[in-house]
Unconditional design. Structure first.
Length: 289
């Protein structure tokens, strides 16, 4: 066929079908107007009916010679109405119709906006293609390292010789994601159990005990019992004034578990040493699993 202008878009044709809800009647309404019954192929209980003898049609009115019964299966095909569209029928495009470089041939993005759309196959819906925004797509992936906490000793704390003592008042530079740390005790919040990375640091000053530090220990306690610690013993004849002990590790914690810092020391002359503010601290955070 000859034509003037641009090449017409390829068209796809399909006959229209209409399903009826049947009842004990002879009168039905058509979705599309027809000139007469010859423009319809009518089926009742999967048997094609003869035009004029079994039914007549005009406009949107369909009249049967005999009434149907409730539950009968009845449908018609509009023989005189073929609808054209430039879009292929639903489900007619397969992998063989799609270019192999459909994705790789596109310009790669270096960043993704929150409202950009991502196309994916939903396996729970028989592989149906669905779109999601970036915000929806990353929801539930990864997460935040919460709960987390940290605090530094606000004031020097004197520790009785050879006595395991709880370090209290670590409120300087304090951070606390879930209001679960009071400067001394961290309590795992409800619903925040899991693996936690915990760390601590204790700086000892033996000046008030004669600058002759002999031994010191520092431990992270869980529910009142030591779970990680470090120990130092001075086996030399040299005096020792300052000593720093570090502890860290990954631990399974449950809601309601408590975490605290304990330490003790010995010196040669029997005096009480102290741990120094700012340099003594404890902290931790939940790992993303």
């Amino acid at each position: 066929m000859s034509y003037i202008g641009n090449i017409p878009a390829e068209a796809y044709s399909a006959f229209q079908k209409q399903d009826f809800t049947t009842s004990a009647t002879t009168s039905y309404t058509l979705d599309h107007a027809v000139a007469n019954q010859n423009e319809l192929a009518l089926f009742i209980n999967f048997v094609r009916q003869e035009p004029t003898a079994a039914y007549t049609a005009s406009g949107t009115s369909l009249t049967l010679t005999s009434a149907t019964s409730v539950g009968d299966d009845m449908y018609c095909v509009y023989l005189g109405k073929a609808v054209q569209t430039v879009n292929p029928p639903s489900g007619s495009v397969g992998s063989s119709q799609i270019s192999a470089d459909l994705i790789t041939g596109q310009t790669a993005e270096t960043s993704i906006a929150t409202d950009d759309l991502i196309l994916l196959s939903d396996t729970s819906a028989s592989g149906a293609l669905k779109k999601m925004t970036r915000a929806n797509f990353v929801s539930g992936i990864g997460g935040n390292n919460t709960a987390f906490f940290y605090g530094e000793l606000a004031s020097h704390q004197t520790i009785t010789r050879d006595t395991m003592t709880k370090i209290t008042g670590m409120t300087d530079d304090e951070v606390d994601s879930d209001t679960a740390f009071d400067g001394t005790t961290f309590t795992v919040p409800s619903g925040k159990g899991g693996k936690y990375y915990l760390f601590s640091s204790v700086l000892w000053d033996f000046e008030v005990a004669g600058d002759d530090g002999f031994e010191a220990e520092a431990f992270i306690y869980k529910n009142g019992s030591a779970i990680k610690g470090s120990r130092f013993r001075n086996n030399t004849t040299k005096d020792l004034r300052y000593l720093t002990l570090h502890s860290s590790g990954i631990f399974d914690l449950s809601s309601g578990n408590t975490i605290e810092l304990y330490s003790q020391s010995l010196d040669a002359n029997g005096g009480n040493a102290r741990v120094l503010n700012s340099h003594t601290s404890i902290g931790g955070y939940k790992l993303i699993e």
